[in-house]
Design a protein around this ligand. Sequence first.
Ligand code: SIN
Length: 283
Amino acid sequence: MSTTTAIDIIPSGAALGAEVRGVDLAHLTDDEFAAISQAWAKHLVLLFRDQKISDDEHVAFSRRFGQLDQAAPNQLGRPFIADQPHMSVISNLIEDGTPLGQLGNAEAIWHTDMSYTEVPPMAAILRALEIPEDGGGDTWFANMYLAWDRMPADLKSRIQGLTVLHDASRDSAGDQRMGQPVVTDPRKAPGARHPIARVHPVTGRTALFLGRRRNAYLVGLAFAESEELLDRLWQHAGQKKFAWVHKWRVDDVIMWDNRCVIHRRDGFDAAQRRLMHRTQIRG
Ligand code: SIN
């Protein structure tokens, strides 16, 4: 479908996702930005190929959508890129014994970014600098509007009005976060509580909002019931019919709406190099 600008929006054909062609993210006109915003609300995840942009240009594009979160810190509690306080690094690379980024090479399970905070980011913009030559490290996205709309009625009625406690202690690769306690009882996990369904402020649509499975708890329920419901919910939400998978190329940029999309990443060979830079827009 062509928009009123020269931009082409090519839907992925899956439950979400579209490629935007005909733009240079470093030199966007206001009309192009408006077309991108409109396409984003419709497709939830947007892919831009061949974007040879700098970190500064990545940050400038991200700022058009709102204020940015501070970057996730390295082991010393500082940004991974000293002069880019808003740029997180996702990478398996290690130099002189020091990780250059987060998440390593392991699979990252389905999650919403930073749902364990009181105000999770509304979006993330991820750019590929180095990609494994042998494949792997594909990123999956799933549409949580559809997961809500198409939930079996009995399951939906059981979760109406519930709140999820989102564990802050482990990341999506299962690693313990710095300064967080080891959680042995998810009912006592550190982290924010959010309604299990949230209305999107732009589209007005309701999205299932689960965070991540590990150490989650449905507040107020017996633990066994919470576990049973969460297992069912995650089985439902992670179905392929709600998902789109992206195979990365260098200079790809992907932005996703963290309010209505969950994502996960396949693992990849530890000997391969993968380096991604990411900004997050405040919720
Ligand atoms: C993430 O979970 O934000 C990382 C996604 C990726 O590495 O592709």
